[in-house]
Design a protein. Structure first.
Lengths: 900, 114
């Protein structure tokens, strides 16, 4: 039987110092070879056995020397070569995906934060870009300027330039290539199909050359056609109403009741002043006369090399040489004085009143984005802190620092890219919603959409944010102290929770986030409360439960004032008979519509002094005051007894009475304003009542002098062509609206009432639309900022709890109550929030001062806002801290201390 | 110093030289080295196998020799040792020292003897 030499060699050594297997094998071979050699030499087995035993005994004595020295590893990891840098990228990404899949909580939060931040930023940037930055659609549009005339520094009540200055400049321009006049209005398009109301422009023939607008079909009208019934259709109207008839040029269409010959079709995007215009008809600017002015809007194209200031200088000089306009100038400009003309780029003029709010919103959304990025990077940092041990082990096993950094970078980048992608998707969704959110009169609303330029900027933001989110944790990891982490001494020393640089950095970031949320909340609250105050403000009338509809009876269609009177009378009768309608009336001027007509009146005051009054006259039906619940302050309003047979009467508002009639307004005699037929002797009316002002609610909160005349006292005629129907409704407005529309249609099938809508909504669509928009946008941003701050507090406190888990466990072991632990953790979240609120309130009070001009009915330092916002933020902080606090308090301290 | 001590010191100092010299000819395994030392010195250098392996391991630790398991067809694997570059250099320097030493001893001993 063969001897097991390995076993015998091993047995020869003491158990305490067994030799390596390697050595045992070598010695066993030696022993076997020796035994075999001895036997071959003729040695008997016993003797050979003895000789080997002697050898084994000597080896045993020298056991210490029988150790193979440990040698350094001869295999070194291959150096990372630049061209092979991406070699493991696929592996990194796979690993990152698996990690995300297994621990999705942080990743989902991060992705949601980034998506909301990038989505909101992109959406708002698309508005800012579309409105303020996107080039206008016409060639060389940067040379287009809008010109505005003032007299003695006072702007016109309506229109921008007088016909006198316009013609003087147009005839001899030096600094400009062309000058065009225009105005817009609503008009009824009739003919085949149901009549519809559309927005049209009237413009001089020079407009088309000035814009460089080339038609799809035909050619635009020339100067000779300026008094002819011709029309340029927009592509949209041409397609919708005329089925894109290729032979439309030369055909007639019915516009405002008169046939017009189509001369051209213009692409929709080239329509002026914007693409909502459906047709352009000729406008002839009348020659200047000594006692009349007519106002137009004017646009000019600068000669290459000319500046707006040079053009304005030339226009002022030529305007001063033109006729003055006399009393008409006084009526329109409010004072007499030298002509001054200013010129500003078209895009600035169109967007002037939304520029500041938009830039403020952009700043706000930028802050929001910053907060979201910081929060996302913070969450990534927390995640990395939780994985410090794993990463340290990988480093200790020989993973190069660059390699680990890249792995961490890949993980963060993956999360950031998914978040960015979601954000861009969200932006596309918002893109569809934006047009419906913008008020109807918001300039360039139709130019707002997410296109390549917006996407480019958004993508750049997304990439930047992703890189920040990826680089921060990786950069921090470079300084990971492997020994400390592996020795499990990485936890914070007791009571030194903020001693680490990472913890302090995170606390600073969160403080700033809270401050941002604070500013946005304050702004949203102030604007929101201001908006509510405007809604509920005393306007001098009650717009609730009133339906309104605008009714146009163009002179071309209804040339006869008596016919118009009969129409309105008929409509009112039908309305009165409509179930649900408690009061029906009409007015020639909408209350609270800026830019209404004004008239200049000369009369003697009750005290006998000559007075020249500027006032806005209007013709109303007797029940107007009842329908709108306008308060009567003195005397009476109109009644059915005021007819052509009775003496003419007038009602004035409070401002008119105070300014022009002094202490005894009743009985004063005032002229019949602009409504008197030109061929008659000046007529007078007696003031029989004073009513409350209709207040323009807003920044200026002004009331203008107003005069009311009874519609029954104009010789059975109606001197105006457009009226607004008002119907006070008892019950649901929606149910009665169709009946109101029907009342107009029944009176005359060609009579089209504009969309019937609640008066409140009509006011909202005009004077209150922007305050509402800004309040809503800021409100949405504030809630997002609040969420981000909440997530930030949650992340920070969670980080703090895991960082100090051993200390908390020791406290629990030593007898700290749950309440004490919860309190300790809550104090962290609340402490940081208090710091953020302090910074935020300081910044917010500065911002509130700037926003003061936008506010109505709310003081800049509104107590409710400045007390409520900190309370809201602190409640959020407490809520966000509760979950980690409760976890910390209920976790088994022994498990923590064992490191389980 | 007694005679036995001198013999041990001499032996220890010379063992490395002997191993280096034998490995210079060819890579060899431990048993072979022990046999060769015994047969070539005709038993005059009684080199016990017990001290061979600690010496080999020490020399391997110093990087003078390199031991590797080698498998040959039909045999068990054996650990073969061969000279490293450092071993070659060490062999040359030891040879020169020993040459000088032996010559000097010879000269001195003969002078005394005479």
């Amino acid at each position: 039987m063969e001897t097991d030499w390995s076993r015998r060699v091993r047995a020869a050594f003491p158990d305490s110092t067994p030799p390596d297997d390697d050595v045992v094998e070598e010695l066993a071979q030696h022993a076997a070879a020796l035994y075999a050699a001895l036997r071959v030499d003729g040695c008997p087995p016993e003797a050979a056995e003895r000789r080997v035993e002697e050898l084994l005994e000597r080896w045993r004595q020298d056991a210490g020397g029988l150790r193979r020295p440990a040698r350094p590893a001869t295999v070194t990891p291959p150096p990372m070569q630049p061209r092979r840098w991406l070699a493991g990228a696929a592996h990194d990404l796979r690993y990152a995906f698996r990690l995300l899949w297994r621990h999705p909580r942080h990743a989902v939060l991060t992705i949601a934060l980034l998506a909301v931040g990038i989505g909101a930023t992109t959406a708002l940037f698309s508005i800012v870009y579309g409105v303020l930055l996107r080039p206008l659609p016409w060639p060389d549009a940067d040379r287009l300027v809008v010109v505005t005339e003032t007299r003695g520094g006072s702007p016109a009540r309506f229109g921008r330039m007088s016909n006198a200055a316009y013609r003087a400049w147009r005839d001899r321009p030096a600094t400009i290539d062309a000058l065009a006049a225009w105005s817009t209005r609503l008009a009824t398009v009739g003919g085949a199909g149901a009549p519809e109301r559309v927005r049209i422009a009237a413009a001089t023939s020079s407009l088309f050359d000035l814009l460089g607008a080339r038609p799809i079909l035909g050619s635009p009208f020339g100067e000779r056609d300026e008094t002819s019934p011709v029309v340029v259709l927009s592509e949209g109207l041409w397609r919708d109403r005329y089925a894109a008839d290729p032979a439309i040029v030369g055909k007639g269409v019915l516009l405002e009741g008169r046939p017009h010959t189509v001369v051209a079709v213009l692409p929709e995007r080239l329509m002026f002043p914007d693409r909502t215009i459906r047709a352009i008809v000729p406008l002839a600017v009348p020659p200047a006369s000594a006692n009349g002015l007519s106002m137009v809007d004017a646009v000019a194209r600068l000669r290459p090399g000319s500046t707006p200031a040079q053009a304005a200088g030339e226009a002022s000089a030529r305007g001063r040489l033109a006729v003055d306009g006399g009393m008409a100038a006084m009526a329109i400009f409010g004072r007499r004085g030298p002509v001054d003309v200013t010129a500003e780029p078209l895009v600035d003029a169109v967007t002037a009143d939304v520029r500041d709010p938009l830039l403020a919103l952009l700043l706000a959304v930028g802050l929001l984005m910053l907060g979201a990025t910081a929060s996302a990077a913070g969450l990534q940092l927390t995640r990395m802190a939780g994985r410090a041990r794993e990463l340290a082990i990988r480093s200790a096993l020989g993973a190069q620092s660059a390699r680990v950094t890249r792995q961490v970078g890949a993980e963060s980048l993956l999360v950031a890219l998914i978040g960015s992608g979601a954000g861009l998707g969200l932006a596309r969704l918002l893109d569809r919603a934006i047009p419906t959110l913008l008020p109807a009169d918001f300039p360039r609303a139709t130019d707002v959409h997410v296109d390549l330029a917006v996407l480019g900027v958004a993508s750049a933001i997304a990439v930047g944010v992703s890189v920040v989110c990826a680089v921060l944790p990786a950069w921090r990891l470079r300084r990971l102290d492997i020994a400390a982490v592996l020795a499990d001494d990485g936890a914070a020393p007791v009571a030194l929770g903020w001693a680490s640089r990472a913890a302090r950095a995170r606390a600073t970031i969160l403080t700033l986030q809270t401050a941002v949320a604070c500013v946005l909340l304050v702004a949203a609250s102030l604007l929101g409360r201001s908006f509510v105050a405007q809604l509920g403000a005393d306007r001098g009338f009650d717009a609730r439960d009133v339906l309104s509809a605008r009714l146009a009876m163009p002179a071309a269609q209804y040339p006869d004032a008596a016919r118009r009177f009969a129409m309105v009378d008929q409509v009112l009768t039908r309305l009165d008979a409509t179930p649900g309608v408690t009061e029906a009336a009409f007015t020639s001027e909408m209350p609270l519509t800026p830019g209404g007509s004004t008239a200049s009146l000369s009369f003697r005051s009750p005290q006998g002094e000559p007075v020249t009054a500027q006032a806005s006259p209007r013709i109303v039906s007797p029940r107007y005051f009842a329908a709108l619940r306008v308060r009567t302050l003195a005397g009476r309003t109109f009644s059915a007894l005021d007819t052509d047979a009775s003496p003419r009467v007038a009602v004035v508002n409070e401002t008119f009475a105070r300014r022009y009639l002094g202490s005894s307004p009743l009985g004063a005699r005032i002229p019949l304003a602009a409504y008197a037929p030109p061929d008659r002797q000046p007529l007078e009316a007696t003031v029989v009542g004073v009513v409350a002002d209709a207040r323009y609610i807003g920044r200026d909160a002004l009331s203008q002098p107003e005069l009311y005349y009874c519609h029954c006292q104009f010789d059975a005629g109606l001197p105006v062509q457009t009226v607004t129907l008002l119907a006070r409704i008892d019950g649901a407005l929606d149910a009665v609206a169709p009946a109101v529309a029907a009342a107009a249609r029944d009176a005359d099938p060609q009579l089209v009432a504009d969309v019937v809508m609640p008066l409140e909504q009509r006011l909202l669509a005009t004077s209150l639309a922007r305050p509402r928009l800004y309040a809503v946008v800021l409100g949405v941003m504030a809630s997002v900022a609040l969420t981000i701050a909440g997530v930030g507090v949650f992340g920070l406190v969670s980080f703090w709890v895991s960082w100090r888990s051993r200390e908390l466990a020791i406290r629990v072991t030593l007898g700290a109550s749950r309440a004490a632990i919860v309190g300790l953790v809550l104090a962290q979240g609340v402490g940081v929030t208090v710091a953020g609120v302090a910074v935020g309130m300081a910044a917010a009070s500065g911002a509130a001062r700037l926003a003061g001009t936008q506010l109505y009915g709310v003081t800049t330092y509104d107590p409710a806002t400045f007390i409520g916002v900190p309370i809201v933020l602190l409640s959020i902080a407490v809520t966000a801290s509760l979950l980690p606090a409760w976890r910390a308090a209920t976790r088994d301290p022994l498990r923590t201390l064992r490191g389980a | 110093m007694g005679a036995a001590d001198l013999a041990r010191e001499l032996k220890r100092g010379s063992t490395e030289l002997l191993i280096l010299a034998l490995l210079e000819e060819a890579p060899r395994h431990g048993y072979e080295l022990a046999q060769l030392i015994e047969t070539r010195s005709c038993g005059d250098i009684s080199f016990h196998a017990a001290s061979l392996y600690p010496t080999l391991y020490r020399m391997e630790g110093k990087g003078l020799i390199d031991g590797r398991w080698v498998e040959k067809a039909g045999q068990r694997r054996r650990r073969y040792y061969r000279l490293t570059k450092a071993g070659v250099a060490m062999l040359a320097s030891q040879r020169s020292i020993w040459d000088t030493f032996v010559v000097a001893l010879d000269r001195v001993a003969r002078i005394r003897h005479a």
